[in-house]
Structures are given as C-alpha cells and as structure tokens.
Design a protein around this ligand. Structure first.
Ligand code: C2E
Ligand code: CA
Ligand code: CA
Ligand code: CA
Length: 275
C-alpha cells in the first residue's frame, strides 16, 4: 500500500536518472513535441498464421527530436510515466490510432489496432472513461496491450478497469509475458483475449532448445486458458516455421515488417502478408 501511494505521489526523480544526457530538458519538451509533428505513431503488422493475413497492427509511439534525433520510447515513455505526462500521451495515441484506423479502412484495409496502455493508467478510472468514450464515439476496433506489473501494483482497480474494457468490446492483451514477475495467479485473475510472449524468448527460439520449450509451453498455456497467443520479435524464417509448428496464432517482428509510418503501412498492406 505504501508503495502504491509513493508511486502516485512521486515527482520525476532527477537524481535517480543522474541526468547525464539532459533527460530533464527532454521531459519539459515532451508536451510541446506532442503539439508539433515530432511525435507520431508507427504501426507494426501482426500476422495471423492460419489466415495467412495481417489482421492487426500494434501502434508504437515515435519521437523525432529536432536536435537529438530519434528518442527511444523505452526512455521517453518511462519518463512520462514518472511525471504523469503518460496520460496525455496515451490519450493522443488512442485518438491517433482511431483516426488512422479509419484512414486504413478507407484504403480497404481492415485491421485491429493494438494500443499500448501503460500500467499506471490502470489505476485511473477517468482514463478508462476517456478511452471507452472514444471507442463508443468512433466504433473503433481496438485492443489494449497491458503489462502485468500494473495489475500486480493495484489489482482491485486494474482488474475492474480491464473488465470495463472487455465489456465494451475492447480486446485485452497481456504484453511481455514471461519477462518480469509473470505469475500464474495473475493469469488466473485477468480476463484477457491475447497473451504476447516476450521477444526475449522468441528471439532465442531457433538457437536455444530451452527457449523453444518455454515458448511451446506458453502457447499451450494460453490456449488452455482460452487466449490467443502472439509471438513478438520474430526475426527469422526459422523462428516463424517453428512457431507455426507449435500452433502459435500470431507473429510480429522484423521478418514480417518493421514498425512503419501510416503511408508505409498502407503500401505494405497492399503486398503479400509475408514477403
Ligand atoms: P513493446 O510494447 O513490447 O513493443 C515491442 C517492441 O519491440 C517495439 O519497440 C518494437 O519496435 C520492437 N520490435 C518489434 N519487432 C521486433 C523484432 O523483430 N526484433 C526486435 N529486436 N525488436 C522488435 P519500441 O517501438 O522501441 O517500443 C519499446 C517499448 O516502448 C514498447 O515495448 C512499449 O512498452 C513502449 N511503447 C511504445 N509506444 C508506446 C505507447 O504508445 N504507449 C505506451 N504506454 N508504451 C509504448
Ligand atoms: Ca506492446
Ligand atoms: Ca511486448
Ligand atoms: Ca516492452
């Protein structure tokens, strides 16, 4: 309890970051960047192995800083979580994804949009209100990818919000499964449609018998709990073939496509699902 309270109250801790490369100035620039075209969404195809078609895309945020160039989302998302800016960033991501889904549909491409939802926001009913209103107003087909730490931090509220998403027809995906403190108790409590196995295991698939075993077990676990499974970090034809043999549902990774801007995605979707 004390931990959760501390997190909510926490201001961005410059000392903890040491600020060796001026991250503090980045933070102050982030909201401004949102209002310019510096921040944009990239979309990475999710390949449905049985349908042999791209049925969805994952929305990934990008920041092209005028002086620093590409800023890793692992850096600026983490900072935004610390400062609370993640709320505004995510609302922007949800709106942009909905608008781009409409553009894709107009170009003849029907895809589910998977949007990453920071765990911090799963303690905030008002974020859920926003997201569900946006979905209701647009009729968008969204899936929210969430990481498990969120649910463990504040299980009661988070599980309630996840139920609200499900009831409204928004897909729920457990991201980065296998990294961190994955627990079976968590899988038991959360009602998810999809499990995403962390790329750390998928990338080792064709070289490590142990990784292959863990991936196969996770696929079977997901299926026996009524979830589909997505493997991320699919980089080689060998990995894709192994996943197919293991009964994996969906593959995502550089082999199929890198994250693309909207124009690049429309071009990619016009071609064969796997090149
Ligand atoms: P994630 O949700 O696990 O996203 C998958 C990451 O794996 C992405 O990194 C993607 O570009 C990368 N990836 C995809 N295929 C491959 C592959 O074949 N090989 C390798 N090595 N990597 C691959 P990215 O775009 O740098 O994003 C990093 C993380 O930042 C994401 O991890 C997610 O946690 C966070 N993030 C990105 N955009 C958003 C956002 O809009 N909202 C939130 N809350 N988090 C975001
Ligand atoms: Ca994700
Ligand atoms: Ca992931
Ligand atoms: Ca991740």
């Amino acid at each position: 309890q004390a931990r959760a309270g501390h997190k909510k109250a926490a201001l961005f801790d410059a000392a903890a970051y040491g600020d060796p490369v001026g991250n503090l100035s980045l933070i102050s620039e982030l909201m401004g960047a949102l209002e310019t075209a510096q921040v944009w969404m990239a979309y990475q195809p999710k390949y449905d192995l049985r349908a042999d078609a791209i049925k969805g895309v994952e929305a990934l945020m990008r920041w092209n800083h005028p002086r620093r160039g590409f800023v890793s989302p692992d850096l600026f998302i983490t900072m935004a979580e610390e400062t609370g800016q993640i709320r505004a960033l995510t609302e922007w991501a949800v709106r942009q994804s909905i608008a781009d889904q409409k553009t894709l549909a107009e170009a003849g491409h029907v895809v589910t949009m998977s949007v990453n939802i920071s765990g911090r926001l799963l303690s905030d009913e008002s974020f859920a209100d926003f997201a569900l209103e946006a979905v209701a107003a647009s009729g968008a087909d969204l899936c929210f990818e969430i990481t498990e730490t969120a649910v463990i931090d504040n299980p009661e509220v988070a599980l309630g919000i996840i139920d609200r998403f499900s009831a409204a027809g928004v897909g729920v995906s457990i991201d980065d499964y296998g990294s961190g403190l994955s627990s079976l108790a968590y899988l038991k409590r959360i009602k998810a449609d999809e499990l995403k196995i962390d790329k750390a295991f998928v990338m080792g698939l064709d070289e490590s018998a142990k990784d292959a075993l863990l991936v196969k077990s996770t696929i079977d676990l997901a299926h026996s709990l009524g979830m589909t499974i997505t493997a991320e970090g699919v980089e080689t034809p060998t990995a894709l073939a192994l996943l197919r043999g293991m009964g994996c549902d969906t593959a995502q990774g550089y082999l199929i496509a890198r994250p693309l801007n909207l124009t690049g995605l429309i071009e990619r979707l016009a071609g064969p699902a796997v090149e």
